[in-house]
Design a protein around this ligand. Structure first.
Ligand SMILES: Cc1cc2nc3c(=O)[nH]c(=O)nc-3n(C[C@H](O)[C@H](O)[C@H](O)COP(=O)(O)OP(=O)(O)OC[C@H]3O[C@@H](n4cnc5c(N)ncnc54)[C@H](O)[C@@H]3O)c2cc1C
Length: 409
């Protein structure tokens, strides 16, 4: 097979598609990536990057650079919103023997995408085609091709494999007839971003979770364009209200003032609404199609696990696809990719993100009391706190992946 015939096609230039391109390109494979947008997406989504993911991004200083342009957040806190009481605090320092990065880095996904793109641009074997929409897929025994609409019309591109990193509404997944079972939460999530300093005014750390039977909240800080940074607050909103009613200045101010009463109106620099799903693709591999990132799994953002899972997919997949294409390794390795990543998407990320949400929104007073008691007990017992953080920081799921073998695929 010529090097050209080994080309990997990638649909989607979000962080997962770009990282897949970088990791494969670094190993010498020709890669062609298509993204329908003209540049990486700027809306305020992922920021929280967990220790297990930072360990994967250490090569050529990427994780360090993310920490430099982002914020290092060793601690996270749980609060009870109605009483204003801090329930528990967890410090990732307890993971010092489990990871090279015993902290979270809050780095906005646009920054992460740009840092990866800078590295991609240095490799001549990677072509990044923004303004190109993947429309159609044709898979044969020996190759795969995609029809792509670009500035010069529709063209067909052929390759050895296609990675679908084209997000939750993935055309690659749909065209490949891969089911995406799960459910959609009835409530939408609103993200309101403000420069108001919750650390100075209220003593919050950079990642704070508020339980509330009426309206839970996540409040966390990002570095934005530099000091003083921005705080993002995430709340559930009534699905029966119109977007206009939810996003009006008056509604936004009322929500923020109810969260924390301030003497001045809040300056709101972004307001965004999201529909949130819990879904996992039936398989992450179908012949020459491989799914990674949101095209393979989506979850609610509480705990910040979606993109982390996607980055872990990209690293796992590159470690398998390169030897298959360059060293004649059996392509059953790609089934192992699907098995490993699908298992942890289901057993860890779906499970943990749903648990996180249920903990924050619990209504029953007895359940709320038990949740709080349990968190206090875990936080005060170093061994239990370490186990808890191994799971939330996605180290436990990476260990589960490492224990799965080809024989199981
Ligand atoms: C409010 C919110 C907060 C979040 N916070 C976190 C967090 O803190 N930590 C975390 O880990 N995750 C978080 N997430 C989840 C995270 O944003 C996603 O998991 C992440 O964006 C997935 O990356 P991706 O590259 O797979 O997909 P995307 O980022 O969606 O990128 C997909 C790309 O594919 C392109 N594309 C789509 N269709 C086509 C096509 N047909 N042809 C060509 N290109 C196409 C799009 O233009 C896009 O660039 C959050 C999500 C939300 C909504």
């Amino acid at each position: 097979m010529s090097l050209e015939q080994r080309r990997v096609l990638i649909a989607g230039g979000g962080p997962v598609g770009l990282l897949s391109a970088l990791l494969l390109g670094r190993q010498g494979l020709p890669v062609r990536l298509f993204d329908v947008n003209e540049s990486p997406q700027a809306d305020p989504r992922a920021a929280t990057t967990h220790p297990a993911t930072l360990d994967l991004l250490a090569e050529d200083g990427l994780a360090d650079e993310m920490a430099r342009v982002g914020l290092v957040a060793p601690i996270f806190q749980f609060w009870d919103r109605p009483s204003g009481e801090k329930i528990a605090e967890f410090d990732h320092a307890i993971l010092q023997h489990d990871t090279h990065h015993p902290f979270v880095v809050q780095c906005e996904q646009l920054k992460t995408a740009k840092l990866i793109l800078e590295r991609v641009r240095k490799l001549r074997n990677i072509e990044v085609l923004f303004g190109h929409e993947v429309l159609d897929i044709t898979q044969t025994h020996g190759s795969i091709s995609v029809d792509v609409r670009g500035p010069d019309g529709i063209k067909t591109h052929a390759g050895a494999y296609l990675i679908g990193a084209d997000g939750g509404r993935s055309v690659v997944r749909k065209q490949s007839d891969i089911a995406f079972d799960g459910f959609t939460w009835p409530e939408r999530f609103i993200v309101l971003t403000t420069p108001f300093d919750f650390e100075a005014a209220r003593g919050l750390c950079f990642r704070s979770y508020f339980a509330d039977p009426d309206e839970w909240c996540n409040c966390f800080k990002v570095s934005a364009d530099g000091s003083p940074g921005l705080w993002r607050t995430v709340f559930p909103v009534n699905p029966d209200l119109s977007e206009g009613a939810l996003m009006s200045d008056a509604a936004v101010q009322e929500r923020m003032q109810k969260f924390f009463s301030a003497s001045q109106p809040y300056e709101i620099v972004h307001r965004n609404l999201y529909v949130t799903h819990q879904r996992v693709a039936a398989t992450f591999r179908k012949g020459r199609v491989l799914l990674a990132g949101d095209s393979a799994h989506v979850n609610n953002p509480i705990g910040g696990m979606g993109l982390n899972g996607g980055i872990q997919d990209a690293a796992n997949l590159a470690d398998k696809l390169a030897p298959v294409l360059l060293a004649g390794a059996p392509d059953a390795l790609l089934d192992l990719y699907s098995l490993q990543r699908r298992t942890v998407a289901t057993e860890y990320v779906q499970e943990q993100s749903i648990t996180n949400k249920k903990r924050l929104e619990a209504r029953d007073p007895e359940m709320r009391r038990r949740n709080h008691e349990e968190l206090r007990e875990i936080a005060s017992d170093p061994s239990r706190a370490r186990q808890f953080l191994l799971r939330t920081s996605m180290i436990a799921s990476q260990r589960r992946v490492a224990a799965m073998t080809l024989a199981e695929a």
